[in-house]
Design a protein around this ligand. Structure first.
Ligand code: AMP
Length: 399
């Protein structure tokens, strides 16, 4: 059974075609630069590729190209879209409306579009992609939406409410939603399996560290708190995002620079984080290299990140009244031994002790890094959001 997974942004359409009989990836690619000019890059499991400039005025032309490269030419993997059993779409913001994956209808697409105020960069693009997909694929092919926020809907009000006037929660839905939910759900379940334990018995701190980073407390398989908030700007210092700061600094800086709200948002989302602190780069690899050469601000950015992660581990241990395992995932969590080492240093009080040599050698694979006498297990767990979206899609269409 074949499932197409789509992750649409405002100018890109990333996709994977999975064979769910063995959960293998048949092909993946990206139709990007939508609304600018257009480019397709497509790769099959056996190494055939398409790499070409195109014209994508809208998501519809990009979807037509996606169908074309999957079904025709030298890198085709199927003869017709009829061979695909369903399409699963990643949706960033489901707010309080969606707490689980569901089948797509025109009304569901409108609801996703209506939530765009809460995720301006993402939800409208998702709605455009859903409408384009509906116009291009066979009408009989079911589509399923899987929400990044859904896993976090189990948080209690004391974790998701802000100390603001309650009316603005009721009227404008201002609260913590959390993001990366599909990843946190996938890796926490994969960790329980690797540990040979029932997830219901585990207290896990899941650290998804990439260009965007978030940490989630998973107690008994359910999210009880998470570091991203109303938007993905909250929580940790990230590639270009500032993370949590004193809200008064926002009004103060906006006043000093004469920023409009949009300009202030750009400043916090695009010019801050690793890039803003170091002045070097938003990319962790560049930062690590610069720090190794003695760049003090690059070193500081790394120190801030590790310190913040340690504080989240501490506070989430308190929130769960215990801790069985910490996991690292995402581009940084899976690959950067330096970040993992800095986080796990001086955490003996929390029962965390890793094998430093093993940590230095380990990259991108499922592995336990903690020593035998560590009270808390520490693991690398590679994430795979596309696979979980495909599994969810299969589950919804099988109901
Ligand atoms: P993601 O958003 O999950 O794709 O993660 C992107 C981040 O992962 C960037 O900051 C990269 O520098 C970092 N990253 C990717 N590969 C490595 C690596 N081999 N070593 C260190 N950091 C890496």
């Amino acid at each position: 059974m074949l499932i197409l997974v789509v992750n649409a942004g405002s100018s890109s359409l990333k996709y994977q075609l999975l064979n769910m009989d063995d959960e293998s990836v048949l092909a993946k690619g990206n139709c990007d630069r939508i609304g600018i000019d257009g480019h397709v890059s497509h790769k099959t499991a056996d190494g055939r590729t398409v790499d070409a400039d195109c014209t994508f005025p809208t998501h519809t032309e990009a979807f037509q190209k996606l169908v074309e490269v999957l079904t025709t030419g030298d890198a085709a993997v199927i003869k017709s879209m009829d061979e695909i059993s369903a399409v699963g779409h990643r949706i960033v913001q489901g707010a309080e409306v969606f707490d689980r994956p569901c089948l797509v209808t025109p009304e569901i697409i409108d609801q996703i579009d209506e939530l765009r105020e809460l995720a301006p960069v993402h939800n409208h693009a998702h709605a455009l992609a859903l409408r384009a997909c509906s116009a291009v694929i066979p009408a009989t092919t079911p589509q399923v939406v899987v929400f990044d926020t859904a896993f976090h809907q189990t948080m209690p009000p004391k974790a998701y409410m802000f100390g603001l006037p309650y009316e603005d929660y009721e009227k404008y839905h201002v609260r913590k939603y959390g993001f990366h939910g599909t990843s946190h759900r996938f890796v926490s379940a994969a960790l329980a399996e690797a540990m040979g334990k029932d997830i219901k018995e585990l207290k896990i701190v899941s650290c998804h560290l990439g260009n965007g980073s978030s940490i989630t407390a998973v107690d008994g398989g359910k999210c009880v708190d998470t570091s991203m908030g109303f938007t993905p700007l909250d929580g940790l210092l990230m590639g270009t995002r500032c993370g949590a700061i004193d809200p008064s600094a926002v009004t103060y800086i906006a006043d000093k620079h004469g920023f409009t709200p949009d300009e202030m948002s750009q400043y916090m989302n695009k010019k801050s984080g690793f890039l803003g602190v170091s002045g070097v780069s938003s990319d962790n690899r560049d930062l690590t290299a610069a720090a190794a050469e003695g760049n003090k601000r690059a070193q500081l950015a790394g120190d801030i990140l590790a310190y913040q992660i340690q504080k989240y581990i501490g506070s989430y241990t308190a929130a769960m009244n215990g801790l069985d395992a910490v996991l690292f995932t995402g581009g940084i969590g899976e690959n950067s031994w330096e970040v993992r080492e800095n986080v796990c240093k001086n955490m003996e009080f929390f029962g965390i002790k890793i094998d430093e040599e093993l940590n230095r050698q380990s990259r991108g694979k499922l592995i336990k890094l903690s020593t035998a006498d560590s009270k808390v297990e520490v693991w690398i767990v590679p994430t795979n959001e596309e696979l979980l979206i495909a599994r969810d899609t299969l589950a919804v269409i099988s109901q």
